[in-house]
Design a protein around this ligand. Structure first.
Ligand SMILES: *[C@@H]1O[C@H](CO)[C@@H](O)[C@H](O)[C@H]1NC(C)=O
Ligand SMILES: *[C@@H]1O[C@H](CO)[C@@H](O)[C@H](O)[C@H]1NC(C)=O
Ligand SMILES: *[C@@H]1O[C@H](CO)[C@@H](O)[C@H](O)[C@H]1NC(C)=O
Ligand SMILES: *[C@@H]1O[C@H](CO)[C@@H](O)[C@H](O)[C@H]1NC(C)=O
Ligand SMILES: *[C@@H]1O[C@H](CO)[C@@H](O)[C@H](O)[C@H]1NC(C)=O
Ligand SMILES: *[C@@H]1O[C@H](CO)[C@@H](O)[C@H](O)[C@H]1NC(C)=O
Ligand SMILES: *[C@@H]1O[C@H](CO)[C@@H](O)[C@H](O)[C@H]1NC(C)=O
Ligand SMILES: *[C@@H]1O[C@H](CO)[C@@H](O)[C@H](O)[C@H]1NC(C)=O
Length: 345
């Protein structure tokens, strides 16, 4: 259903805040810095590149302490809040309402919450905070009692939502229930339908992440081995108006600019504001794959809400089930996989 995609975008947009764990090679407090494309790896741990004077558009930027829970923030400065927090308006429907750093978007169905903000989708999709637990609640489907979920996000732990007789324009006979994820070789429509660590192929079959090699045909980046991305190499237009595109796994190229705060680093790179050189965002190592696996197993065995959609974008909020149960495994996967977390070492 369409809801799934919309929510993933929300999650990705929110979880782009970054920080260093080790500030030995980053700028210290008060050092001038350049804000580049929202992802900022120039300031050390606990700091963010922020304007000296928020009210002055010409203001210089320096490394400042990140903003704490409940304190005022400015929506335009991504990653200005402490790790696991987001700068959000008090009222999501009113852009003019004051912005503060909030714990948000970290709890799945059945998990603890303080308000709708805590639940995935922040109350905008089908999870609401009811009696301090995130629970499925959708006005649109209230009248259809056989609909018990609308996406994997309304299902607890690692499950998917199975639909029966559901049509876009007619929900009268529609029923939906949460069920186990498809295993290797099983059916899927989205990555979120597959076992944790899986990915849904073009033919609708669950594969293992990273299982395709150089020049193998592919459908999405996560099918390709680390260091490869899935790119279109030709397309055909049939006489009947049909369209088909062919994609394969190719090596990722990181721009070699020496002024990345100005030029940016493309989809797969991040700009190191200290050196002004691009680095691959993800480390292409077996240690990374192993650390992700260890993390996934921990999250699954603790029955935390989790999906393949979160692989690189899970919540780092301290109140989330994964952080409470698998903190060490999550931090280790970040250190092994995400350049941002060790760029300053
Ligand atoms: C859902 O229904 C409740 C109660 O009728 C109402 O307060 C709320 O605004 C509705 N939410 C949406 C998104 O329509
Ligand atoms: C829903 O079920 C009823 C009764 O079984 C049937 O008559 C009707 O055609 C069904 N509607 C759809 C859209 O399948
Ligand atoms: C996959 O779906 C097809 C058609 O919907 C069905 O025939 C097949 O049994 C399914 N396979 C599995 C493993 O669920
Ligand atoms: C991949 O394809 C490219 C271009 O078609 C070719 O030059 C290269 O040798 C291929 N590599 C492998 C490992 O198949
Ligand atoms: C595109 O690639 C496919 C699969 O490799 C091939 O069958 C087709 O002929 C190619 N089309 C063009 C226009 O090169
Ligand atoms: C950067 O890469 C381009 C081709 O990708 C190459 O032409 C250029 O010489 C490289 N520049 C530097 C400074 O390495
Ligand atoms: C980066 O590019 C900008 C704009 O072209 C320029 O003002 C700045 O001096 C450049 N920085 C470096 C280190 O080359
Ligand atoms: C920070 O980096 C230094 C130098 O690379 C290293 O010796 C130190 O152990 C690192 N500290 C942490 C907390 O990772």
């Amino acid at each position: 259903m369409k809801l799934i995609l919309a929510l993933i975008i929300v999650i990705v947009l929110l979880i782009n805040s970054s920080h260093c764990f080790n500030d030995s090679k980053c700028f210290p407090l008060g050092h001038p810095c350049v804000q580049s494309y929202g992802i900022d790896i120039s300031c050390g741990y606990g700091l963010a590149c922020l304007p000296i004077d928020y009210n002055d558009e010409q203001s210089e930027y320096v490394c400042k302490p990140r903003i704490k829970l409940g304190e005022k923030c400015r929506e335009s400065y991504m990653g200005s809040c402490e790790v696991g927090l987001f700068c959000l308006p008090l009222d999501l429907d009113d852009d003019n309402s004051p912005y503060t750093c909030k714990a948000a978007n970290y709890a799945g169905a059945g998990e603890d919450c303080d308000s709708d903000f805590s639940c995935f989708g922040m109350g905008k999709f089908d999870l609401k905070c009811i009696d301090s637990k995130c629970a499925f609640s959708s006005n649109e489907t209230l009248e259809y009692e056989k609909i018990t979920c609308l996406s994997y996000l309304s299902c607890p732990g690692t499950q998917k939502c199975n639909f029966n007789n559901c049509y876009e324009n007619d929900l009268s006979n529609c029923s939906s229930t949460c069920g186990p994820l498809s295993s290797l070789g099983g059916n899927c429509s989205y990555d979120s339908d597959c076992f944790i660590g899986g990915v849904c192929s073009k033919d609708g079959i669950c594969l293992s992440r990273y299982s395709k090699k150089l020049n193998d045909s592919c459908h999405s980046n996560n099918e390709c081995d680390l260091g490869l991305s899935c790119e279109r190499y030709n397309e055909t237009y049939g006489e009947d108006g049909s369209y088909e595109e062919f994609r394969k796994c190719v090596e990722i190229e990181i721009p070699n600019t020496t002024n990345c705060t100005e030029d940016g680093c493309g989809e797969f790179g991040i700009c190191n504001g200290v050196t002004n050189i691009c680095q691959p965002a993800k480390k292409y190592t077996n240690e990374c794959k192993y650390a992700e696996r260890v993390r996934d197993i921990c999250i699954i065995s603790n029955k935390c809400s989790f999906s393949n959609e979160f692989v690189d974008f899970e919540s780092y909020n301290e109140n989330s089930c994964p952080m409470k149960k698998c903190r060490e495994e999550i931090i280790n996967a970040l250190i092994e996989c995400q350049t941002i977390y060790t760029a300053c070492d």
